[in-house]
Design a protein. Structure first.
Length: 518
């Protein structure tokens, strides 16, 4: 008996009617080589740059090299568990990090996973780690100050919200201390802080966390930690993760400060990855795109226009030099990307001038526009005076006979240097800075012995808190120092100085005895 074709099709349809098949069509590849935190994969033809790929045991990787016959991936986890021949799946997701206010007061790794044993972080939003920087039309000029609480910075090298200001110097010159001081000074402001530790010792990161907790500055800070014990791939991702967390606050119309400590180690981690991925080495064995590595990161710092909420992301990258060589490859790269640099000098540091800021080599290219009017009135010529003082000081060391005007200039210079010294983790409100600098700049400290300058400064702060709070508040107003305010400031300076009459008399008697002895 012959079966008709329509009967065959009816029988097949009846057989498959009650079956539901689900076919896994996810794109897969095979590991052909693995080692040193790098895996080469055959397959994954449609994989995207920076896409997450999934190895076995829930270990993730990131596709960096998209070549004709294989894909070069960096492994974001323990590479010893991956073997040749293992299956790798595409996730079709670019590397992302959870963002939100839930991260504040937490220590996370560059993938957003908690490192502080305080439980899981539940956030509502994730953003890609790599994001294109906003265009010029979406920005506005930097015009609001970001106070660091350091007299030498806020007076001579001011930083504005949305600026990129480089901190550069040898190891052990106070770069991290500067960063921590700046975070502490944001305590009573609306600025959220992100501290990114790249290639630091775990003990260093622990110390930073301890200091921030001690000064009640941890609740508005996120620590992104990629310490020296982490793989180069994790260290490579860290600053981009910090920028993404900061951009979340900026896009909400808020203000954020992100500190990259430090980008020298970031460049070294990227060099390791590039050489392992067999990219061609260039100068000092860095790959050709090492400039782009940092420029695309720092370009993300910006002050948004009012239509987008007026939020800002300020970036303070740190670069470590060797033997004060700021003309090396990575330092010159980052200097050319940023809007100015704060140069910390080893000689100044060891001579007791802390923060050890070299006023001659330091510059802020936009911060002056964001500086308070009163601070500009007081400290307008401070950098020039300090630079002239350094020249005169060097000249005076030859033992040359100096005229009275030069001696007067040297006396003023020594007192300016003394008044700009500051202890670590003690940021000073800007109104107190202005009054202190006004007193020094107008010669009220010239006849006081150098050793009592710290006592005079303490007296200034105590008197402001006790009797002159209204005067200090007026200095924050946009008018700056008016004639009326100037008179009040002169009166204040005389009141402070009157408490040190005994020291002035003693000092003049000592000078007279010395001159008679000669």
């Amino acid at each position: 008996m012959k079966i008709q074709p329509d009967e065959i099709s009816r029988i097949i349809q009846e057989k498959i009617k009650d079956h539901h098949y689900s076919v896994d069509v996810s794109e897969v590849g095979k590991v052909i080589e693995v080692g040193d935190g790098i895996a080469r994969i055959y397959g994954l033809k449609n994989v995207m740059a920076n896409e997450l790929v999934l190895f076995k045991n829930d270990i993730y990787g990131m596709a960096l090299n998209l070549e004709e016959d294989n894909v070069g991936c960096v492994i974001l986890g323990n590479s010893t568990q991956i073997k040749e021949g293992d299956i790798v799946k595409r996730t079709k997701k670019i590397v992302q990090i959870p963002v939100g206010e839930e991260l504040l007061g937490r220590i996370v790794n560059p993938l957003g996973l908690p490192l502080d044993k305080m439980g899981k972080i539940e956030t509502k939003k994730t953003l890609p780690i790599e994001r294109k920087a906003l265009g010029v039309v979406q920005r506005q000029p930097v015009k609001e100050p970001l106070q660091t609480g350091l007299k030498a910075i806020d007076s001579m090298i001011p930083i504005g919200r949305g600026q990129r200001e480089l901190v550069i110097g040898d190891r052990q010159t106070g770069k991290t201390t500067f960063a921590v001081d700046t975070i502490i000074n944001q305590r009573d402001t609306d600025v959220y802080c992100i501290y990114v530790a790249i290639g630091q010792k775990r003990s260093t990161v622990a110390k930073v966390v301890e200091v921030l907790r001690e000064h009640n500055a941890f609740d508005y800070t996120v620590i992104v930690s990629a310490t020296a014990s982490e793989s180069p791939s994790i260290q490579y991702l860290a600053p981009y993760a910090g920028a993404t967390i900061g951009e979340f606050f900026r896009d909400q119309g808020k203000h954020a400060l992100v500190i990259y400590d430090d980008l020298s180690k970031h460049a070294i981690a990227y060099r390791q990855l590039s050489l392992l991925l067999r990219r061609p080495p260039g100068r000092e064995a860095f790959p050709g795109d090492v400039f782009y590595l940092h420029s695309r990161l720092l370009e993300r710092a910006s002050k948004l226009n009012d239509e987008l909420g007026g939020g800002s992301l300020t970036a303070i990258p740190i670069i470590e030099t060797q033997a004060n060589d700021i003309s090396a490859y990575i330092p010159t790269n980052v200097i050319s990307i940023t809007d100015g640099q704060i140069y910390l000098d080893t000689k100044l540091f060891y001579s007791g001038i802390r923060p050890a800021i070299n006023a001659g080599l330091s510059v802020s290219r936009v911060g002056g526009n964001a500086q308070l009017k009163a601070m500009k009135d007081v400290a307008g010529k401070l950098r020039m005076e300090l630079a002239q003082f350094r020249e005169l000081e060097a000249f005076a060391k030859f033992g040359a006979e100096l005229d009275k005007e030069t001696q007067k200039q040297l006396t003023r210079g020594y007192r300016l240097v003394e008044i700009l010294k500051q202890n670590q983790y003690v940021p000073i409100p800007v109104e107190k800075q202005i009054i202190t600098l006004f007193m020094a700049y107008n010669g009220y400290l010239d006849d006081l012995p150098l050793e009592i300058i710290p006592d005079v400064e303490n007296e200034i702060f105590e008197m402001i808190d006790a009797e002159y709070k209204e005067l200090s508040k007026k200095l924050l107003e946009p008018e700056g120092i008016t004639e009326e305010l100037k008179e009040k400031l002169h009166k204040f300076c005389k009141d402070v100085k009157s408490n040190f009459e005994h020291e002035i008399i003693q000092s003049s008697e000592t000078e007279q005895a010395e001159s008679e002895g000669k």
